[in-house]
Design a protein around this ligand. Structure first.
Ligand code: SAM
Length: 359
């Protein structure tokens, strides 16, 4: 029995393979990014029904698209769906992704597994020549809700905090940066977003040991106070010792190692926005998300505006008002796509208290 869906410019039979309509936005953005980056050789390493790779072939104009899945049922469906959409030039493979990724090189590798991408990161780091795209749906381990699982998968300690969604994204970015560094490749995040139940990162890759060394300079740790929530970032590969918070004297704990460098490239995101316009991948939500990512200032982490107000016993205004106020005082500040009440700023916590409690 066929179970047909239409997504973007393709029609798919998804009967008997994994297909999640809630991931459509994720795939829309993937199509826009492939177009924006002019990618011509792309692997959908865990393809299921082929929704992602076939859309890349049809909508992004990539010349060589390979789709792979270990499941025979998925491979049969991918073949059927390729024929159905006139995409007979796509290469359909039925390998264990880790074997394929060790055997062959691709300009761009896309990992979209069940749960954690951790089992595929080492092989994908070898295979990807210029771009590596990763989806992770294991947000509980990444963001600190399942501490031990996060440590096992990503060799990093997350701390449950108000900016847990960004912490998860930066732990994933850090894990990818370290895997790529092992094979003498440096990483440059182009677009990072945490949406619904997943984190998605788009990485540009630069070859060479020097590029890898430079990328590792963006690794570091985050020290976070358990009592007042104040945090500071510490760059480098040495873990800072957990000590006392300078603001309230409370006990501070350490998260990391994680990526502390830039996570958005507004130029590339602008091209993705242009690629989306008038295309089957366009949605208002997609445009809003890309715009929000492009507008974020380049600073790790954010404050939860509501929690700040509670902490300082201030009457809550809006997060946008706080951003404007901080900017008018000469500080950098922006909203963030990670949270509807998140505020990114380089203003010290004392300034935030003054602004929020001013009569
Ligand atoms: N990318 C798909 C999409 O956008 O609709 C969803 C992929 S689904 C979450 C994960 C797929 O990975 C499944 O179809 C499963 O059969 C496949 N898979 C799991 N382990 C694999 C492995 N080691 N090698 C290749 N495919 C694998």
């Amino acid at each position: 029995m066929a179970e047909m869906v239409v997504e973007g410019a393709v029609t798919l039979n998804v009967e008997g393979a994994f297909y999640n309509p809630r991931m459509r936005l994720n795939r829309d953005l993937g199509v826009a990014m492939v177009r924006a980056l002019g990618i011509s050789d792309y692997l959908d390493a865990l393809a299921a029904s082929g929704a992602r790779g076939l859309r890349v072939a049809k909508e992004a104009g990539a010349a060589a698209v390979a789709l792979n899945d270990v499941s025979p049922r998925a491979v049969a469906l991918i073949r059927e769906n390729a024929r159905l959409n006139g995409l007979v030039g796509c290469e359909v493979l039925s390998s264990n992704a880790n074997v394929l990724l060790h055997q062959r090189r691709f300009e761009a590798v896309d990992l979209d597994p069940f749960g954690s991408p951790a089992p595929f990161l080492a092989a994908a780091a070898r295979s990807a020549l210029d771009y590596l795209f990763i989806t992770a749906t294991d947000t509980a381990p990444l963001c600190g809700a399942h501490l031990k699982s996060g440590i096992r998968k990503y060799m990093a300690v997350p701390v449950k905090a108000e900016h847990h969604r960004e912490m998860g994204a930066r732990i994933l970015l850090g894990a990818a940066a370290r895997e790529l560094a092992r094979v003498d490749k440096g990483v440059r995040p182009l677009l990072t977003h945490a949406t619904d139940h997943y984190v998605r990162v788009y990485l540009g890759i630069a070859k060479g040991a020097k590029s890898a060394d430079r990328a590792l300079e963006s690794m570091g740790y985050l020290e976070q106070c358990r009592s007042c929530g104040l945090w500071r970032t510490v760059s480098g590969v040495g873990c800072p010792s957990s000590g006392k918070c300078s603001f309230c004297g409370g006990r501070a704990e350490v998260a990391g190692p994680l990526w502390l460098g830039p996570i958005q490239d507004p130029g590339v995101i602008g091209r993705a926005l242009a690629a989306m316009e008038g295309s089957a991948a366009r949605s208002d939500r997609g445009v809003r998300l890309l715009q929000a990512c492009a507008d974020e200032i380049d600073l790790p982490m954010y404050y939860d505006h509501h929690r700040l107000c509670r902490r300082f016993k201030a009457t809550p205004g809006t997060a946008s008002d706080l951003v404007e106020e901080l900017r008018s005082l000469g500080w950098s500040a922006s909203r963030t796509h990670f949270s509807g009440v998140g505020v990114k700023t380089d203003a010290p916590i004392e300034v935030l208290r003054e602004v929020l409690t001013a009569p």
